[in-house]
Design a protein around this ligand. Sequence first.
Ligand code: NAP
Length: 260
Amino acid sequence: MKQAGEQLKGRHAVITGAGRGIGAAIARALAGAGAQLTLLGRTAASLATAAESLAGARTNCQTADVTDAVAVKAAVVEARQRLGPVNILINNAGQAASASLVKTDDALWQAMLAVNLTGSFLLMRECLPDMVTANFGRIVNIASTAGLKGYGYVAAYCAAKHGVIGLTRATALEHAKRNITVNAVCPGYTDTDIVSESIANISAKTGRTREEALVELVAVNPQGRLVTPAEVANTVLWLCCPGAESVTGQSIAIAGGEVV
Ligand code: NAP
Protein backbone atom coordinates (compact mmCIF):
# COMPACT_ATOMS: atom_id res chain seq x y z
CA MET A 1 0.00 0.00 0.00
CA LYS A 2 1.27 3.50 -0.86
CA GLN A 3 2.27 5.91 1.94
CA ALA A 4 -0.22 8.75 2.64
CA GLY A 5 2.11 11.29 1.01
CA GLU A 6 2.35 9.23 -2.18
CA GLN A 7 -1.21 8.09 -2.83
CA LEU A 8 -1.64 10.54 -5.70
CA LYS A 9 1.98 10.51 -6.87
CA GLY A 10 2.15 10.97 -10.64
CA ARG A 11 -1.46 12.17 -10.88
CA HIS A 12 -2.22 15.52 -12.50
CA ALA A 13 -5.11 17.30 -10.78
CA VAL A 14 -6.84 20.42 -12.14
CA ILE A 15 -8.51 22.50 -9.42
CA THR A 16 -10.68 25.47 -10.33
CA GLY A 17 -11.00 28.41 -7.95
CA ALA A 18 -7.78 27.25 -6.31
CA GLY A 19 -6.48 30.67 -5.23
CA ARG A 20 -8.38 30.88 -1.95
CA GLY A 21 -11.02 29.38 0.30
CA ILE A 22 -12.07 25.77 -0.23
CA GLY A 23 -10.11 25.48 -3.50
CA ALA A 24 -6.82 26.44 -1.82
CA ALA A 25 -7.52 23.88 0.96
CA ILE A 26 -8.15 21.19 -1.65
CA ALA A 27 -4.87 22.10 -3.36
CA ARG A 28 -3.03 21.64 -0.04
CA ALA A 29 -4.70 18.27 0.57
CA LEU A 30 -3.98 16.87 -2.91
CA ALA A 31 -0.41 18.22 -2.90
CA GLY A 32 0.08 16.52 0.47
CA ALA A 33 -0.82 13.22 -1.19
CA GLY A 34 1.79 13.79 -3.92
CA ALA A 35 -0.36 15.08 -6.81
CA GLN A 36 0.93 17.64 -9.28
CA LEU A 37 -1.50 20.48 -9.65
CA THR A 38 -2.92 22.90 -12.14
CA LEU A 39 -4.42 25.80 -10.18
CA LEU A 40 -7.04 27.62 -12.25
CA GLY A 41 -8.86 30.88 -11.53
CA ARG A 42 -9.33 34.44 -12.76
CA THR A 43 -6.74 36.13 -10.54
CA ALA A 44 -3.11 35.36 -11.38
CA ALA A 45 -1.76 36.87 -8.14
CA SER A 46 -3.85 34.70 -5.81
CA LEU A 47 -3.03 31.58 -7.82
CA ALA A 48 0.67 32.40 -7.58
CA THR A 49 0.40 32.89 -3.80
CA ALA A 50 -1.44 29.59 -3.43
CA ALA A 51 1.18 27.82 -5.57
CA GLU A 52 4.05 29.29 -3.51
CA SER A 53 2.46 27.95 -0.33
CA LEU A 54 2.58 24.38 -1.72
CA ALA A 55 6.25 23.81 -1.03
CA GLY A 56 7.60 20.79 -2.87
CA ALA A 57 4.57 20.25 -5.12
CA ARG A 58 4.84 20.61 -8.90
CA THR A 59 2.31 23.28 -9.84
CA ASN A 60 1.12 25.15 -12.90
CA CYS A 61 -1.15 28.21 -12.74
CA GLN A 62 -3.75 28.90 -15.43
CA THR A 63 -5.63 32.18 -15.50
CA ALA A 64 -9.08 31.57 -16.96
CA ASP A 65 -12.72 32.33 -16.36
CA VAL A 66 -14.59 29.02 -16.10
CA THR A 67 -17.60 30.53 -17.88
CA ASP A 68 -15.56 31.15 -21.05
CA ALA A 69 -15.47 27.99 -23.19
CA VAL A 70 -12.56 29.21 -25.32
CA ALA A 71 -10.47 30.17 -22.28
CA VAL A 72 -11.24 26.85 -20.56
CA LYS A 73 -10.16 24.86 -23.61
CA ALA A 74 -6.93 26.88 -23.94
CA ALA A 75 -6.15 26.47 -20.23
CA VAL A 76 -6.65 22.69 -20.29
CA VAL A 77 -4.54 22.34 -23.47
CA GLU A 78 -1.71 24.28 -21.82
CA ALA A 79 -2.09 22.40 -18.52
CA ARG A 80 -1.80 19.11 -20.42
CA GLN A 81 1.34 20.31 -22.20
CA ARG A 82 2.95 21.29 -18.90
CA LEU A 83 1.93 18.45 -16.56
CA GLY A 84 0.55 15.71 -18.81
CA PRO A 85 -2.96 14.31 -19.24
CA VAL A 86 -5.50 15.29 -16.62
CA ASN A 87 -6.30 12.48 -14.13
CA ILE A 88 -8.28 14.40 -11.52
CA LEU A 89 -10.64 17.36 -11.93
CA ILE A 90 -12.01 19.37 -9.01
CA ASN A 91 -14.72 21.80 -10.11
CA ASN A 92 -14.67 24.20 -7.20
CA ALA A 93 -14.96 27.71 -8.71
CA GLY A 94 -18.26 29.26 -7.71
CA GLN A 95 -20.12 32.34 -6.61
CA ALA A 96 -23.22 32.81 -4.47
CA ALA A 97 -25.10 36.04 -5.20
CA SER A 98 -28.38 36.51 -3.37
CA ALA A 99 -31.66 38.21 -4.25
CA SER A 100 -35.34 37.48 -3.82
CA LEU A 101 -36.80 35.66 -6.81
CA VAL A 102 -38.60 38.70 -8.21
CA LYS A 103 -35.45 40.80 -7.84
CA THR A 104 -33.33 38.16 -9.61
CA ASP A 105 -32.67 39.88 -12.92
CA ASP A 106 -31.56 38.08 -16.08
CA ALA A 107 -27.91 38.97 -15.49
CA LEU A 108 -27.82 37.49 -11.98
CA TRP A 109 -29.68 34.34 -13.09
CA GLN A 110 -27.31 33.79 -16.03
CA ALA A 111 -24.21 34.57 -13.96
CA MET A 112 -25.09 31.97 -11.28
CA LEU A 113 -25.81 29.26 -13.86
CA ALA A 114 -22.67 30.15 -15.83
CA VAL A 115 -20.12 30.03 -13.03
CA ASN A 116 -21.59 27.24 -10.91
CA LEU A 117 -23.05 24.91 -13.54
CA THR A 118 -21.78 25.66 -17.05
CA GLY A 119 -18.21 26.11 -15.77
CA SER A 120 -18.26 22.58 -14.33
CA PHE A 121 -19.64 21.20 -17.60
CA LEU A 122 -16.98 22.99 -19.69
CA LEU A 123 -14.10 21.67 -17.56
CA MET A 124 -15.52 18.14 -17.61
CA ARG A 125 -15.92 18.24 -21.39
CA GLU A 126 -12.27 19.24 -21.82
CA CYS A 127 -10.77 16.87 -19.22
CA LEU A 128 -12.82 13.69 -19.64
CA PRO A 129 -11.16 12.56 -22.92
CA ASP A 130 -7.82 12.20 -21.07
CA MET A 131 -9.54 10.09 -18.40
CA VAL A 132 -11.25 7.87 -20.97
CA THR A 133 -7.92 7.27 -22.73
CA ALA A 134 -6.21 6.40 -19.43
CA ASN A 135 -9.15 4.32 -18.16
CA PHE A 136 -8.82 6.28 -14.92
CA GLY A 137 -10.35 9.50 -13.69
CA ARG A 138 -11.63 11.22 -10.58
CA ILE A 139 -14.00 14.17 -10.84
CA VAL A 140 -15.29 15.98 -7.76
CA ASN A 141 -17.77 18.79 -8.19
CA ILE A 142 -18.06 21.15 -5.24
CA ALA A 143 -21.82 21.64 -5.13
CA SER A 144 -23.46 22.75 -1.88
CA THR A 145 -26.19 21.85 0.56
CA ALA A 146 -28.01 24.31 -1.75
CA GLY A 147 -27.86 21.47 -4.30
CA LEU A 148 -29.77 19.20 -1.91
CA LYS A 149 -32.35 21.51 -0.32
CA GLY A 150 -33.81 24.98 -0.76
CA TYR A 151 -32.82 28.25 0.88
CA GLY A 152 -34.61 31.58 0.53
CA TYR A 153 -33.14 34.46 -1.48
CA VAL A 154 -30.66 32.34 -3.49
CA ALA A 155 -32.93 30.71 -6.10
CA ALA A 156 -30.42 31.09 -8.95
CA TYR A 157 -27.55 29.65 -6.88
CA CYS A 158 -29.77 26.81 -5.61
CA ALA A 159 -30.94 25.99 -9.13
CA ALA A 160 -27.35 25.95 -10.40
CA LYS A 161 -26.13 23.70 -7.57
CA HIS A 162 -29.09 21.31 -8.03
CA GLY A 163 -27.99 21.25 -11.68
CA VAL A 164 -24.44 20.34 -10.67
CA ILE A 165 -25.81 17.30 -8.85
CA GLY A 166 -27.75 16.20 -11.95
CA LEU A 167 -24.65 16.73 -14.09
CA THR A 168 -22.65 14.64 -11.60
CA ARG A 169 -25.12 11.76 -11.58
CA ALA A 170 -25.47 11.59 -15.37
CA THR A 171 -21.72 11.76 -16.01
CA ALA A 172 -21.02 9.14 -13.34
CA LEU A 173 -23.35 6.64 -15.02
CA GLU A 174 -21.97 7.39 -18.48
CA HIS A 175 -18.40 6.60 -17.32
CA ALA A 176 -19.02 3.93 -14.67
CA LYS A 177 -17.32 1.13 -16.63
CA ARG A 178 -14.15 3.16 -17.28
CA ASN A 179 -12.75 3.48 -13.74
CA ILE A 180 -13.84 7.11 -13.75
CA THR A 181 -15.76 8.28 -10.69
CA VAL A 182 -17.79 11.48 -10.59
CA ASN A 183 -19.07 12.77 -7.26
CA ALA A 184 -20.40 15.95 -5.70
CA VAL A 185 -19.29 17.26 -2.33
CA CYS A 186 -21.88 19.51 -0.70
CA PRO A 187 -20.60 21.84 2.00
CA GLY A 188 -22.87 23.72 4.35
CA TYR A 189 -21.86 27.24 5.42
CA THR A 190 -18.05 27.15 5.34
CA ASP A 191 -15.59 29.67 6.71
CA THR A 192 -14.50 31.47 3.50
CA ASP A 193 -15.01 34.76 1.65
CA ILE A 194 -18.42 33.60 0.36
CA VAL A 195 -19.76 33.43 3.91
CA SER A 196 -18.09 36.73 4.88
CA GLU A 197 -19.86 38.34 1.91
CA SER A 198 -23.20 36.74 2.91
CA ILE A 199 -22.80 38.06 6.45
CA ALA A 200 -22.04 41.56 5.14
CA ASN A 201 -25.05 41.32 2.83
CA ILE A 202 -27.46 40.19 5.60
CA SER A 203 -26.09 42.90 7.85
CA ALA A 204 -26.55 45.61 5.19
CA LYS A 205 -30.05 44.49 4.25
CA THR A 206 -31.46 43.82 7.74
CA GLY A 207 -29.53 46.19 10.00
CA ARG A 208 -28.37 43.26 12.16
CA THR A 209 -24.78 43.26 13.38
CA ARG A 210 -22.28 40.93 11.71
CA GLU A 211 -22.23 38.80 14.87
CA GLU A 212 -26.03 38.45 14.76
CA ALA A 213 -25.89 37.53 11.06
CA LEU A 214 -23.26 34.87 11.77
CA VAL A 215 -25.39 33.39 14.58
CA GLU A 216 -28.29 33.17 12.11
CA LEU A 217 -26.18 31.31 9.54
CA VAL A 218 -24.62 28.80 11.94
CA ALA A 219 -28.04 28.08 13.48
CA VAL A 220 -28.90 25.91 10.45
CA ASN A 221 -25.95 23.61 11.25
CA PRO A 222 -26.88 21.17 14.08
CA GLN A 223 -23.24 21.33 15.22
CA GLY A 224 -23.73 25.10 15.60
CA ARG A 225 -20.60 26.19 13.73
CA LEU A 226 -19.17 26.91 10.32
CA VAL A 227 -17.61 24.02 8.40
CA THR A 228 -13.87 24.45 7.82
CA PRO A 229 -12.33 24.39 4.30
CA ALA A 230 -10.03 21.56 5.47
CA GLU A 231 -13.04 19.36 6.30
CA VAL A 232 -14.33 19.76 2.74
CA ALA A 233 -10.84 19.13 1.34
CA ASN A 234 -10.45 15.90 3.35
CA THR A 235 -13.55 14.44 1.70
CA VAL A 236 -12.32 15.45 -1.75
CA LEU A 237 -8.97 13.80 -1.00
CA TRP A 238 -10.66 10.59 0.11
CA LEU A 239 -12.70 10.44 -3.12
CA CYS A 240 -9.50 10.82 -5.20
CA CYS A 241 -7.35 8.29 -3.33
CA PRO A 242 -7.22 4.50 -3.72
CA GLY A 243 -10.02 2.86 -1.74
CA ALA A 244 -12.96 4.96 -2.98
CA GLU A 245 -13.29 3.31 -6.42
CA SER A 246 -16.88 2.21 -5.96
CA VAL A 247 -18.13 5.58 -4.75
CA THR A 248 -19.61 7.32 -7.78
CA GLY A 249 -22.61 9.49 -8.59
CA GLN A 250 -22.91 10.49 -4.92
CA SER A 251 -23.63 13.84 -3.32
CA ILE A 252 -21.94 13.96 0.07
CA ALA A 253 -23.02 16.63 2.54
CA ILE A 254 -20.29 18.14 4.74
CA ALA A 255 -22.61 20.12 6.92
CA GLY A 256 -22.70 18.95 10.54
CA GLY A 257 -25.98 17.08 10.04
CA GLU A 258 -27.86 19.92 8.32
CA VAL A 259 -29.05 17.47 5.62
CA VAL A 260 -30.17 14.15 7.07
P1 NAP B 1 -14.38 31.83 -2.31
O1 NAP B 1 -13.44 31.88 -1.17
O2 NAP B 1 -15.15 33.04 -2.69
O3 NAP B 1 -13.62 31.24 -3.57
C1 NAP B 1 -14.22 31.13 -4.82
C2 NAP B 1 -13.16 30.75 -5.81
O4 NAP B 1 -13.76 30.62 -7.11
C3 NAP B 1 -12.07 31.79 -5.91
O5 NAP B 1 -10.82 31.16 -5.98
C4 NAP B 1 -12.40 32.52 -7.21
O6 NAP B 1 -11.20 33.00 -7.77
C5 NAP B 1 -13.01 31.40 -8.05
N1 NAP B 1 -13.91 31.89 -9.09
C6 NAP B 1 -15.04 32.61 -8.92
N2 NAP B 1 -15.60 32.88 -10.11
C7 NAP B 1 -14.78 32.32 -11.05
C8 NAP B 1 -14.81 32.25 -12.46
N3 NAP B 1 -15.81 32.81 -13.16
N4 NAP B 1 -13.82 31.59 -13.10
C9 NAP B 1 -12.81 31.02 -12.40
N5 NAP B 1 -12.73 31.05 -11.07
C10 NAP B 1 -13.71 31.69 -10.40
O7 NAP B 1 -15.51 30.72 -2.03
P2 NAP B 1 -15.47 29.24 -1.42
O8 NAP B 1 -16.36 29.26 -0.25
O9 NAP B 1 -14.10 28.75 -1.29
O10 NAP B 1 -16.27 28.47 -2.57
C11 NAP B 1 -15.74 27.38 -3.29
C12 NAP B 1 -16.90 26.52 -3.76
O11 NAP B 1 -17.59 25.99 -2.64
C13 NAP B 1 -17.94 27.27 -4.58
O12 NAP B 1 -18.37 26.46 -5.66
C14 NAP B 1 -19.08 27.46 -3.61
O13 NAP B 1 -20.34 27.57 -4.24
C15 NAP B 1 -18.97 26.20 -2.80
N6 NAP B 1 -19.62 26.30 -1.49
C16 NAP B 1 -19.17 27.20 -0.56
C17 NAP B 1 -19.83 27.28 0.65
C18 NAP B 1 -19.43 28.25 1.72
O14 NAP B 1 -20.20 28.44 2.66
N7 NAP B 1 -18.25 28.85 1.67
C19 NAP B 1 -20.91 26.42 0.92
C20 NAP B 1 -21.31 25.52 -0.06
C21 NAP B 1 -20.66 25.47 -1.26
P3 NAP B 1 -11.10 34.34 -8.63
O15 NAP B 1 -12.07 35.31 -8.05
O16 NAP B 1 -9.67 34.74 -8.52
O17 NAP B 1 -11.44 33.89 -10.01
